[in-house]
Design a protein around this ligand. Structure first.
Ligand code: GLV
Ligand code: MN
Ligand code: MN
Length: 412
């Protein structure tokens, strides 16, 4: 049992085959949640799971669960997974790695004829990225009871299409009640998406916690007017006010350095015409920090500084506190199982806090949860050039196998 290893080349081949669905010219992936491409990715995953002997079910928010029976199926399942949706300019590994690593664990157990005490499940969560439908981690959030199912199904994309309609359209509006499945423990393997492991030459990140996040939706209203005849002092330019606010977001990030992160990633200018002074701007803010009290200070700074900027620029600002989750520690026993497996398998490892949000954050609310990070090249993610070494992906999957076996119990 101590020497069990997964098949690294099979894992790599599965990742590369999945990455063909939504492949971009620059070598990345665009597989936005609940698009036709997402459906193709889901279909491939479901086919592979069935071929591996799993029973597949889909819940009402489209989360896919593939179950490998154990000896005692009354025991809560030991679950692993991640997401198949991507950013618009995403990479091959963000999310896909965690799902394919789960599949590789099941395939390895099949090869070796190992039957675990508790059943094992692989899950592909719906809309983790929060790019097409916001916020992020919606499927796991519904599972964990953070979002009401109806609210989640009603979320709309930029074209006004709802998650519920899109789930039905792609054939993944399942019948199972979300949250009905007891989970004994949840593990998620993921690329780090940051530079720490690579810089320190470590193969495995033992994830102890995820930093907190606050997302905002900002609407700035000024007055549309002609770009020629309107004298500068008379203007109420929504874009000028927004530009100052966006700069302030960046300054707040620097003010609470080194651990704070602050990003404006989405901006809509209206009417977006060269010779009309912008009358309305909508933009988003993403704040992150591992310490909740500091995240609150950033929150206060945003509210007070945006109001001051709006007044000086003679525009109105509406600040919508859109999404929040507190810094989340993972379960000591799951973190310990990951650390112990990494050590036993001889991989250089270190403890690490996740900068990104993951479905594991919401799973931590309902089950003992742990995460495994592996390095990614130059620490780059949410980018088509995102890359990871096959040997590191293999190592992370081996750690996943051993951590899961420790929880699911198996006798040789
Ligand atoms: C998920 O990708 C996040 O924004 O952390
Ligand atoms: Mn991810
Ligand atoms: Mn992501």
């Amino acid at each position: 049992m101590q020497n069990l290893k997964i098949d690294g080349s099979r894992l790599w081949q599965s990742l590369m085959e999945l990455a063909r669905i939504g492949a971009t010219e620059k070598g990345g992936v665009c597989r936005l949640a609940l698009t036709d491409l997402d459906r193709q990715g889901r279909d491939l995953f479901v086919r592979w799971c069935r071929e591996a002997g799993c029973t597949v079910s889909v819940d009402a928010i489209g989360n896919i669960f593939a179950r490998r029976a154990g000896k005692d199926n009354s025991k809560p399942a030991i679950v692993t997974g991640s997401h198949l949706d991507s950013q618009p300019t995403g990479g091959k590994f963000d999310g896909a790695y965690g799902v394919m690593a789960g599949l590789e664990v099941v395939r390895t157990l099949n090869d070796l004829g190992i039957v675990t005490e508790a059943p094992i499940e692989i899950v592909a969560w719906t809309n983790e990225e929060g790019s097409r439908f916001s916020p992020a981690m919606v499927g796991s959030g519904v599972y964990a009871g953070v979002f009401a199912l109806d609210e989640a199904l009603a979320k709309k994309d930029i074209e006004g299409k709802s998650m519920g309609d899109e789930l039905r359209r792609i054939g993944y509006a399942g019948k199972d009640r979300t949250s009905d499945r007891p989970v004994g423990a949840y593990f998620e393997a993921h690329i780090e998406q940051g530079p720490i492991l690579e810089a320190e030459g470590k193969t495995i990140g033992v994830v102890t916690a995820a930093q907190g996040q606050r997302w905002y939706e900002i609407t700035v209203t000024g007055q549309e007017a002609h770009a020629g005849p309107t004298p500068m002092p008379r203007r109420r330019d929504a874009l000028v006010g927004s530009a100052r606010m966006i700069d302030t977001v960046n300054r707040i990030g620097h003010r609470f350095a080194p651990l704070a992160c602050a990003t404006v990633g989405f901006v809509q200018v209206s009417p977006n015409s060269r010779n009309t002074i912008p009358g309305r701007v909508f933009f988003t803010v993403d704040f992150r920090h591992p310490v909740d009290a500091t995240l609150s200070q950033m929150h206060e700074a945003l509210h007070s500084e945006f109001r001051a900027i709006a007044e000086a620029a003679k525009v109105e600002v509406e600040i919508r506190d859109f999404w929040y989750f507190a810094p989340t520690p993972f379960a000591e026993d799951c973190v310990g199982a990951v650390r112990e497996a990494a050590g036993r398998l001889g991989y250089a490892h270190r403890d690490i806090v996740s900068g990104a949000g993951h479905d594991a954050v919401y799973m931590a609310k309902v089950a003992p949860t742990g995460m495994i990070f592996v390095p990614c090249r130059d620490g780059i993610s949410h980018n088509e050039v995102e890359d990871a070494a096959p040997a590191d992906l293999t190592a992370g999957c081996n750690v996943l196998l051993h951590a899961m076996l420790e929880r699911a119990k198996a006798n040789p």
